[in-house]
Design a protein around this ligand. Structure first.
Ligand SMILES: NC(=O)C1=CN([C@@H]2O[C@H](COP(=O)(O)OP(=O)(O)OC[C@H]3O[C@@H](n4cnc5c(N)ncnc54)[C@H](OP(=O)(O)O)[C@@H]3O)[C@@H](O)[C@H]2O)C=CC1
Ligand SMILES: CC(=O)N[C@@H](CCC(=O)OP(=O)(O)O)C(=O)O
Length: 344
């Protein structure tokens, strides 16, 4: 099949290339840019020399229409305008930005502080949380790939909320991310001298992933309590660790939480439930499409800590997007995604 990547020069785009390179069903990868048409890709990225010595192409509807699938790995606020005129009913699109995730346009404009995508396009987009929306993903023409933080949070909490083993109200979610989550555009936020030897909380109670998490909790677990969600930037390149603190419903035991997660994901190769462990961290999923989940009950307080780790660029972005492509095209879900985590 023929695949296009719009935004190939960004971190999400580079990760799509790395993973699609070894995908058995992909015969051709075409790369598109909005800013550097004609540039030889491997001259921008030396690690791709002899692999991608091809020119970056202009984003044109007619060119994209010849491809089976196009990934748009462009910033929120860009995808909303770029993508709608490219839709042709045949080529499938997977967008990595936040522009087609929120069904309520007012929510988008409030949290992203940008103009929303056209409502008719939002209406046809399918939320690409692979493990929870497979039937809809199979039929989708436009997939809104989930945000990196929501992926970790939702995979770990949805089964427990659905089975009412934890209270939906009063959920506190403390998530930490590596700096690549902010993309490759330099900023004061991600400048080396601001991130090295530092850990900083940001967008407190204002993060754009709050409405996305709440929307999916309602959609998949019929739970509509507001969440407290905070994000912290830590001095590492990749990785998200999201810890949720939840009050247990009457009599829930650690065993029940564990069994519920195991049962939910028994046929899902990328979600691993880790039982006893001395430590639990982002390096156990580094470079891979795994989401690892660990739960621990505090009997003194009646609360559980539910922890999830992912690689933000893989399960949090490009890997999940390819998993969705596999589901859409009827390939084995793991095709091209069998990398063992780098760990050390
Ligand atoms: N980084 C992460 O961990 C995650 C990112 N995401 C989302 O994925 C998307 C891509 O993220 P990421 O790769 O990190 O971002 P980057 O900033 O690294 O890359 C974005 C790319 O988009 C292209 N672009 C910028 N402006 C335009 C435009 N006006 N028209 C077309 N293309 C444009 C640029 O390429 P060029 O100039 O060549 O066109 C740029 O390289 C974002 O929406 C992000 O929110 C989602 C989950 C995780
Ligand atoms: C570390 C870091 O800065 N992460 C970004 C994640 C961006 C993202 O995924 O934004 P979309 O909703 O547009 O996809 C953030 O917290 O905003």
């Amino acid at each position: 099949m023929k695949v296009g990547i719009v935004g190939a020069t960004g971190y999400g785009g580079l990760e799509l290339i790395r993973l699609l390179h070894n995908h058995q069903k992909v015969e051709k990868i075409e790369l598109f840019t909005s800013s550097d048409e004609g540039a030889i890709f491997s001259q921008k990225y030396a690690h791709l020399k002899k692999l991608y010595d091809q020119p970056l192409q202009k984003i044109e509807a007619a060119t994209l229409a010849q491809l089976d699938i196009v990934f748009t790995s462009t910033p929120s606020g860009v995808s909303s305008k770029l993508l709608p005129p490219l839709l042709n009913g045949t080529t499938k699109f997977i967008d990595l930005s936040g522009d087609f995730r929120l069904k309520n346009l007012e929510d988008y404009e409030k949290w992203y502080k940008k103009e929303a995508a056209p409502s008719e396009v939002i209406a046809q987009s399918i939320y690409g949380l692979s493990e929870w929306n497979k039937e809809a993903i199979k039929e989708a023409i436009l997939i809104a790939n989930p945000g990196c933080y929501p992926t970790a949070v939702l995979l770990s909490l949805l089964p427990l909320l659905k089975e009412k083993l934890i209270h939906a109200s009063g959920l506190i979610i403390d998530a930490k991310s590596g700096v690549s989550g902010a993309g490759n555009k330099p900023s004061l936020m991600t400048h080396y001298s601001e991130t090295n030897e530092n850990t900083a909380i940001y967008k407190i109670h204002e993060h754009q992933h709050i409405p996305e998490i709440e929307q999916a909790m309602k959609m998949f677990a019929n739970s509509d309590s507001p969440i407290t969600f905070t994000t912290t930037l830590v001095p590492m390149t990749r990785g998200i660790l999201a810890t949720s603190y939840a009050t247990l419903t009457n009599g829930t035991t650690e065993e029940q939480l564990y069994n519920c997660l195991v049962e939910q994901y028994k046929n899902n190769p990328f979600v691993r439930i880790v039982r006893e462990t001395a430590k639990f961290g982002t390096n156990q999923v580094y470079g891979s499409n795994f989401c690892d989940i660990h739960v621990k009950v505090d009997s003194r307080t009646g609360r559980a800590a539910i922890v999830a780790v992912i690689d933000n660029l893989v399960k949090g972005a490009a890997g999940q997007a390819i998993q969705n492509m596999n589901i859409q095209f009827g390939f084995d879900e793991t095709t091209g995604l069998t990398e063992v985590p780098l760990f050390i």
